[in-house]
Design a protein around this ligand. Structure first.
Ligand code: KIV
Length: 300
């Protein structure tokens, strides 16, 4: 049995692997029990998140930046997102797995939105999908929910439309814009969304929206009154070297750890300190003797 300390809320290996039922999230909101979401993009990340007791895993289109090396979330494709979602879903037993629909896969029509959401569920084994924005996204959400697929909404700073919003900036900072967020949130709830991400929204605005909804709000840069919080895996673990937004809290600095370990490995290979005897395989002496006899060049 492991003697390593486990983080608060962590599951042990014998905990139930049963999937967290979606209606439980509203129940958690009613009880004032905070909901924890994190992004993940592969099986090891999903397994660690599950073992740490995370409730929801978002296979975010942030993958475009933190995994695939793009400078925005826009270029990631359906195939790439479905592939990553499938690897996450394989490893995440209890957390609800949400596949983030990439830019261009739900904007054109309800039919296309439903077709692509179905791919997330059928091919990616997602439990739910997330779409950004309000306006036409309200009808898209209604159509996807109508097809039997749970939808998480996302308003405030919506990175897929950052150019339209004037860059990666906080949203809803005037009474008029805050009112718009408020009515968008209510419209998305009425369309059947099961949760709402609020990104980079002033805390009092997020608090009012949270109070007005029955579905849980999941904040990222939206203050402590939200029903839950989400952070990007690479941001919270210090794996991403790019500039971090104000709302990121770093809980580890794994980039330094990894650089250090890779540097020590490279040094040891170059100096011959690795591999050692314990990292190699032996063979029976008589077999080695036969092998050596057969491969030793004969004289004459
Ligand atoms: O793609 C993503 O990681 C997200 C979160 C920041 C909510 O949308």
């Amino acid at each position: 049995m492991s003697t390593r300390p486990r983080p608060p809320g962590a599951r042990n290996a014998s905990s139930s692997d049963a999937k967290l039922p979606l209606p439980q999230l509203e129940e958690m909101k009613r009880r004032g029990q905070k909901i924890v979401m994190v992004t993940a993009y592969d099986a090891p990340g999903a397994r660690l998140a599950d073992e740490a007791g995370i409730d929801l895993i978002l296979v975010g289109d942030s993958a475009a930046m933190v995994v695939l090396g793009h400078s925005s979330t826009v270029p990631v494709t359906m195939d790439e997102m479905v592939f990553m979602t499938r690897t996450v879903a394989r490893a995440a037993k209890r957390p609800v797995v949400v596949g983030d629909m990439p830019f261009g896969t739900y904007q054109v029509s309800d039919e296309e939105a439903v077709r692509n959401a179905v791919r997330f569920v059928k091919e990616g084994s997602a439990d739910a999908v997330k779409i950004e924005g309000a306006g036409p996204s309200v009808e898209r959400a209604r159509a996807i929910v109508g097809a039997g697929i749970p939808v998480m909404a996302h308003i405030g700073l919506t990175p897929q439309s950052a150019t339209m919003l004037g860059g990666f900036k906080a949203q809803g900072r005037t009474a008029e814009k805050a009112m718009r967020l408020y009515s968008d949130a209510r419209a998305l709830e009425a369309a059947g969304c099961f949760a709402l991400v609020l990104e980079a929204v002033p805390a009092p605005v997020a608090a009012t929206i949270t109070d007005a909804l029955t579905i849980p709000t999941i904040g990222i840069g939206a203050g402590a009154a939200c029903d839950g919080q989400v952070l990007v895996y690479h941001d919270l673990l210090g794996l991403y070297d790019g500039p971090a937004p104000r709302f990121v809290k770093r809980y580890a600095n794994l980039a330094d750890e990894i650089r250090g370990a890779l540097g020590r490995y490279a040094d040891e290979v170059r100096t011959g300190a690795f591999p050692e005897e314990q990292h190699t395989y032996a063979m029976p002496d008589e077999e080695l003797a036969l092998f050596e006899a057969a491969t030793t060049p004969r004289e004459g």
